[in-house]
Design a protein around this ligand. Sequence first.
Ligand SMILES: Cc1cc2nc3c(=O)[nH]c(=O)nc-3n(C[C@H](O)[C@H](O)[C@H](O)COP(=O)(O)OP(=O)(O)OC[C@H]3O[C@@H](n4cnc5c(N)ncnc54)[C@H](O)[C@@H]3O)c2cc1C
Length: 434
Amino acid sequence: MSQANGRAAMTVDVLVCGGGVAGTMAAVAAARQGASVLLVERYGFLGGNATGGAVAQFNSWQTENGRRVIAGLASEVVERLRAYQAAGEHEVFVMSTGHRMDRVGYAPEVLKLVLDDLVTQAGVQPMLHAQVCGVVREGERIQAVHLLTKSGVIEVNPRVVIDTSGDIDVLHRAGADFLELDAGDALQPATMMFRFGPIDFARFDALAPAEMQALARQGYESGELARAALHSSRDPYSTDGWFNISRLGIDATDASALSRAEIEGRRQAWKAAAYLRRAVPGCEGGRLQAFATQVGIRETRRVRGDHVLTAEELLRPERFADGIACGAYPIDIHPAAGGELIYSGLGADHAYQIPYRSLIPSGLCNALVAGRGISATHAALAAIRVMTISMAVGQAAGTAAAMASQAGGAPDVRRVDAAALRASLVAQGSLVGE
Ligand SMILES: Cc1cc2nc3c(=O)[nH]c(=O)nc-3n(C[C@H](O)[C@H](O)[C@H](O)COP(=O)(O)OP(=O)(O)OC[C@H]3O[C@@H](n4cnc5c(N)ncnc54)[C@H](O)[C@@H]3O)c2cc1C
C-alpha cells in the first residue's frame, strides 16, 4: 500500500464492492482470469443475504421440466458445501401456490468458510470490515473509491469497479442514474429469517400443500404470522429449519427504517416461532434457535443501464446477442403489506436470458453492476434476484471486468466483445441452458 493525499492508497485492476454471492463470484471470476482483485465487504464475512441474511436455500437451477440453466461457479459453491457435508440434495418440491420449484438447502455458517476458500485460493485480496464511504468520479470514469476501515480511510484506484453492494452504494455515490418504481409498485419487503427446531420432519414434510396453506392462513388471520406462509428449508446440520415468514415493508437505504426493521423483524420471528410450536404438526418440541445476523433485503436501488431488462422480455423469452446468464426462476413479488405472494409461474421448459448491457450503468465507462441492483424493472428483478442467477451474473461481471482491465489503454466496459465474453463463460462451465 502506498500513500496518496495523506491516506493509504492501493491500485488494482478490479475493485469489487460488496461481498455477497454476486460480488464473491465476480471477484473469483476476475482473479481466475488473471486480474488483481480487491473484494471489499463491510462485515467480517462474505455472503450477504446468503450468510448474514440466512436465506439458506439456492433456488431454481433448472426449468420446471428439468433443463439445467445454472452451473459454473454456482455449482462449484454447492460441491464445496457438500465436501463440508453442509448442503442437501438437489430436490424438486411443490410450493403452496401449486408450482414446482427446485432447490439446494445449505448451512449458512459453512457457506462463509466456502466463500473464504474460494477467494483465498483464487488470489483475491479480501478487505473485510471495510465500508465504501466515498467515490471520486471524473466524467465517465470512477477514479477512486474510499473505504472506511479500522486502519483509517483507504483510497483504492481501480481500473474497473464492480458494484455488488446490493444497494448499489458506489454508483449512488458516483451520481449514477437509478430506475424509479412505477406508480402502484412498492419495494419488495425485507424478512428476518430465523432458525427453529428441533422439527419432526417426517410429520412436517407429510403436510399436504393445502394443509400447510390452511395453517399459514390461520396464523396470519390470528395475527401470529406477518405473512400467510410457512416457507422453510431444512438445515443440513441439524433437525432445525430456517423460516422465511416475517415481512417488513421498508426502504432499506433509509438508516432509521432499517434500524426499526431489525427490531420489528426479531419481534415477528419470535411470535411466529410461538405459533409454529403451538399449531404446526412436527414443530411442537421446537424453539427459536437463532435470528439471521441481519434482516434480509430483497430490493432497494436498481441502476439504469444500457438495457433495462423487463418482465415481458423474460416471459417471451427474448434472445439477446449479449446474453451472459440464463435463469428459470419465476416472477415472485412479495407485496410490502398483506399476507400473500404474487407469483407468476413460467412454462415447463421456459428459461430466459440476461444481457450484458443490463450490467453497464449509463454514463460510466469503467463500472459494472451485478446481483440484485442490475438494470431491470421491479417485476423483472422479482425473478432474477435469486442467488443462483446472482452468482451467474456475478461470474459474468467479473469475467467482463478482467477482460476490460486487460485490454490496454483506459478500460472501457463497452469495448468488451460480447461474443468473446460469452465464449469465456461457456469455457468456464457457466452459461448453460440456452
Ligand atoms: C428473506 C429473503 C429470502 C430469499 N429467498 C431466496 C431463496 O429462497 N432462494 C434464492 O436463491 N434467493 C433468495 N433470496 C434472494 C437472494 O438472497 C438475494 O437476492 C441475493 O442473495 C442477492 O445477492 P447480492 O450479492 O446481489 O446482494 P447481497 O446479498 O445484498 O450482498 C451485498 C453485500 O454488499 C455488502 N455491502 C453493502 N453495502 C456496502 C458498503 N457500502 N460497503 C461495503 N460492503 C457493502 C453487504 O454487507 C453484502 O455482503 C431471498 C432474499 C431474501 C432477503
